[in-house]
Write a protein of this length. Structure first.
Length: 444
């Protein structure tokens, strides 16, 4: 079997990266059974290079693209749906440099963008989290045009490669500007400015080399997943599995009532594990409790690692800094305080898992997608599953917003760089959200 098929057909690549080591939390922790894979991860990180460059092999990309509809359905239970007018928008700017900026609700969004590249007959580069590399899957992704970025730190090799790609006449670069998974498909987290900033810098370099200001289009791309068929049985079985694990017994058959009971139990577990005063917390609203728990866990991690917090930074940026400091001290902590290392590593992962969650997300629109968005998060927390498999067959609906020619903002950028970059980034984020809302408004 050819290598690329062997890789894509693999049923479980996680052991290659994480191993199967486990350790227990304190006995009073309801998360005591969660799997810990830190020691082997430490060894791998210490042996990993600082940067994984793209090693795109066009013939392999084209061959994989030809198989991508089948691979998407069979491995990821996903098929692409895109309107002809969106493909026309892509084709209309195909002669120019392109920066593709999609939302990032799941682990599998790169698959949706790869399906788009196949449909449009294009070769994309992809900026991907450093942790995705160092395995067989990572090497395959490099051949598809992906390269690494270390979040939470200044990654000079990655920035240099990004600028190099952006300066190429046929640049097609995908950057997930939310900076991480949102785990909810109907709302977009604030975009980070790095993608637009790098594009403007690349334009500036080209001008300094004596070229005219080039046309350079940013494409706001909305990815919306919709399950195909009735998902009631899947929601019921997922709730039942969580109820069994948490020893809760539903008093109602209503899915939303059961979801609230499970979510409250998970929230209570976090409050107990991190020593919050339960008698006081239960008097607060769920959203107040969620914020309090996240703030407390952030403070715990930063205090343990002696990090001076910048409270103006978004939670996600603070967590990435925690992870980078933790990685830099992995050998020291693994030898002297392994339980501290384990607890901080798990805490950081849970902060990212629940970063954008809020009470009322499901109640506002109780669709199968919103139920399962939330249940998947709860599964990740309770069972320690990094990437739960897809819950059912689904459509990946892609809408491409009107292209934004960054050339039109180049002159103002020379005068007020940060102001212009912030404005462009916010505008592109809003366009992605508007297209998500449009998909939802036309859903059957």
């Amino acid at each position: 079997m050819p290598l690329f098929l062997a890789i894509m057909a693999s049923t479980d690549l996680e052991p290659l990266l994480y191993g199967s080591h486990t350790s227990n939390l304190p006995q009073n922790s309801w998360l005591g059974h969660v799997q810990s894979r830190v020691p082997l991860l430490n060894l791998i990180f210490n042996a990993m290079p600082d940067f994984y460059p793209p090693r795109m092999t066009p013939i392999l990309v084209r061959l994989t693209q030809s198989l991508s509809p089948w691979l998407g359905r069979s491995r990821y239970r996903m098929r692409l749906e895109i309107a002809p007018d969106c493909l026309e928008k892509l084709a209309a700017v195909a002669e120019h440099r392109l920066l593709l900026l999609p939302n990032h609700p799941t682990h599998f969004d790169w698959v949706a963008l790869f399906l788009l590249s196949a449909r449009g007959g294009e070769l994309f580069h992809y900026l991907a989290a450093y942790e995705r590399f160092g395995s067989l899957e990572g090497r395959f992704l490099q051949r598809m045009g992906a390269y690494s970025i270390r979040r939470g730190m200044s990654d000079r090799p990655s920035v240099a490669k990004t600028l190099e790609i952006l300066m190429r006449p046929q640049c097609r670069l995908v950057i997930f500007s939310e900076g991480g998974f949102s785990f909810q498909n109907d709302t977009v987290m604030p975009f980070r400015t790095g993608g637009v900033q790098c594009a403007m810098q690349a334009m500036n370099k080209l001008v300094k080399q004596g070229e005219p200001v080039p046309d350079f289009y940013a494409l706001p791309i909305a990815i919306k997943y919709q399950y195909i068929g009735d998902m009631a049985a899947v929601i019921d079985s997922t709730l039942a599995r969580l109820e069994k694990a948490l020893w809760v017994f539903p008093a109602s058959a209503d899915f939303y009532d059961r979801l609230l009971v499970v979510a409250d139990q998970v929230l209570l577990g976090f409050e107990r594990d991190y020593g919050l005063p339960i008698q006081e917390t239960v008097q607060r609203s769920r959203n107040e409790r969620i914020v309090w728990v996240k703030d407390h866990i952030l403070h715990y991690c930063e205090q343990k690692l002696e990090i001076s917090p910048n409270r103006q930074d978004p939670l996600r940026e603070r967590v990435y800094k925690i992870q980078r400091v933790l990685e830099s001290r992995s050998v020291e902590l693994a030898a002297d305080a392994p339980r501290t290392y384990d607890s901080i590593s798990r805490a950081a992962a849970q902060l990212l898992n629940f970063n954008a969650i809020y009470d009322g997300y499901v109640a506002a629109s109780p669709t199968s997608e919103r139920f399962l968005d939330t249940l998947i998060r709860l599964e990740r927390a309770v069972f320690g599953i990094d990437q739960p498999p897809p819950k059912g067959d689904r459509k990946a609906i892609i809408r491409i917003g009107d292209p934004v020619n960054l050339k039109d903002s180049f002159e103002p950028y020379q005068q007020q760089r940060s102001v212009v970059v912030d404005r462009l980034t916010e505008n592109l984020q809003q366009r992605v959200q508007e297209n998500l809302d449009l998909v939802n408004s036309t859903a059957p």
